[in-house]
Design a protein around this ligand. Structure first.
Ligand SMILES: [Zn+2]
Ligand SMILES: [Zn+2]
Length: 171
């Protein structure tokens, strides 16, 4: 399975890529720049909220996706989904596209640690995983960065099994 990570006018930290290589070794990960990133952001910006519509960005991202590949965008702007004040990220297994914002993740080392978890979480969703009730599991739903800090950058045994099944179902 191949995953393309794209920075939407945002640098993808090297640590994230090496982390994913070690955490999901069976996934083939490539990092790319995406042209028209500023247009995608412009089109999805909601001036009344001062935030970006995550669902619109997922649709745009899915257009860049090659057959049978997954795509995950990383960006700086704040994201929202209808019904929520904000979201750290969003993924649609149907579109094969995911998105994470670094906007609320702080800076420096802590940003990288949180980003690892948010990215792994959205990849889990892309592979069909739902939220997990274990607060230590990376698939636990983060309401605040405190939730993100509390959880580990790994799947609990049950979610690991679901991940393995997702990989074995895919040929
Ligand atoms: Zn989630
Ligand atoms: Zn879990």
């Amino acid at each position: 399975m191949k995953l393309e990570i794209v920075g939407l006018e945002c640098k993808v930290p090297e640590e994230i890529v090496s982390f994913l290589h070690s955490e999901i070794p069976s996934m083939n990960i490539e990092v790319h720049e995406i042209r028209d990133a500023s247009k995608i952001k412009e089109r999805s910006y909601d001036p009344s909220r001062g935030q970006y519509n995550a669902e619109l960005i997922l649709i745009e991202l899915s257009k860049f996706r090659k057959k049978r590949e997954l795509i995950l965008g990383i960006m700086e702007g704040d994201l929202f989904v209808r019904g929520f004040n904000f979201v750290f990220g969003l993924a649609s297994p149907k579109l094969g596209a995911g998105l994470v914002s670094i906007h609320r993740l702080g800076s420096g080392e802590i940003l990288v640690e949180r980003l690892k978890k948010e990215v792994l979480h959205e990849i889990g969703h892309l592979l069909g995983l739902k939220h997990c009730s274990d607060p230590k599991c990376v698939m636990y739903f983060s309401n605040t960065v405190r939730d993100t800090d509390e959880k580990d950058a790994k799947f609990c045994p049950m979610c690991s099994r679901s991940m393995m099944m997702a990989f074995s179902n895919e040929v």
